[in-house]
Design a protein around this ligand. Structure first.
Ligand SMILES: Cc1cc2nc3c(=O)[nH]c(=O)nc-3n(C[C@H](O)[C@H](O)[C@H](O)COP(=O)(O)OP(=O)(O)OC[C@H]3O[C@@H](n4cnc5c(N)ncnc54)[C@H](O)[C@@H]3O)c2cc1C
Length: 235
């Protein structure tokens, strides 16, 4: 499907949201992603296609994606994205993925977002607020520094119990300090057999937490995972 770039909004630090108009109504579930093709002059080896979670809620007129820009060695794709002008056209795939809410409204949920991995939760929390649906959710957000904290307005509006943990805070930071870990996740609340733990973020981080949580006794089918590739080698 063809989409038309409308505008972008700087969220914080190197993070921005890009809004697009769709040629016809697009149906998706909060938490799903698309492949976005951006043709541009002289693409590098990383090419002209990327997967992005839709950070918009399915109720919004425009669809959006939110991404982080590397301080150095950023791709030609991201440079082209940053220089989009209103009216330019791109192509998206159909929305896909199962990083979505479970059908049973009473299922206890733990949401864990690592940095830019906040995007599917932004969509899900916006949607829950819009439809006034209440779910038992606890959320943990991990960032490197305060500059990476985004969508606080959406989180606050959702009234979901959220802990933000910063690994390299400034002196002004008065909150939790540290990195996302299985201890922090399991410390939020003792998961029952029904609890689902959703984790989204850079691939090495998600893999690390997956391994540690399984070691701590969490069953494979209690984990719902969204791996973002190309955001670093290790965790
Ligand atoms: C299901 C799914 C959902 C996703 N959702 C999102 C989302 O909502 N938001 C989002 O931002 N991303 C998302 N991603 C990841 C996205 O598709 C890109 O992989 C990511 O944004 C990195 O983009 P980039 O390759 O243009 O690198 P850049 O962002 O430009 O750079 C990232 C890093 O790559 C390093 N790098 C340098 N050279 C190379 C090289 N040759 N190959 C690889 N890396 C190199 C850079 O040093 C830099 O640190 C998602 C991925 C999946 C699979």
């Amino acid at each position: 499907m063809i989409v038309t770039f409308d505008h972008s909004v700087d969220e914080a630090g190197n993070i921005a949201t890009f809004y697009f108009e769709t040629e016809k109504l697009i149906h998706y579930t909060a938490g799903q992603f698309v492949e976005l093709t951006l043709k541009h002059a002289h693409p590098d080896k990383r090419g002209i296609k990327r997967w992005f979670t839709l950070s918009s809620s399915p109720n919004e007129k425009l669809i959006s994606i939110t991404t982080k820009f590397a301080k150095e060695h950023g791709s030609s794709y991201k440079k082209a994205l940053k220089s989009l002008k209103k009216g330019e056209q791109l192509t998206i795939s159909d929305p896909m993925g199962d990083f979505v809410l479970p059908k049973l409204i009473q299922t206890p949920l733990i949401f864990v977002a690592g940095g830019i991995g906040i995007t599917p939760f932004k969509s899900i929390l916006s949607w829950l607020s819009e439809v006034a649906e209440k779910r038992p959710i606890k959320m943990l957000v991990g960032v490197n520094n305060e500059d990476e904290i985004v969508f606080q307005d959406v989180i606050n509006k959702s009234k979901i119990h959220t802990t933000v943990v910063v690994s390299e805070p400034s002196n002004a930071w008065g909150g939790e300090v540290g990195r996302l870990s299985s201890e922090l996740i399991l410390g939020l609340e003792e998961p029952s057999d029904e609890t689902l733990i959703y984790i989204s973020g850079p691939e090495p981080m998600v893999e690390h937490l997956e391994k540690d949580l399984k070691k701590a006794g969490v069953k494979k089918d209690q984990l719902v995972l969204d791996y973002f590739p190309n955001y670093g080698e290790k965790y």
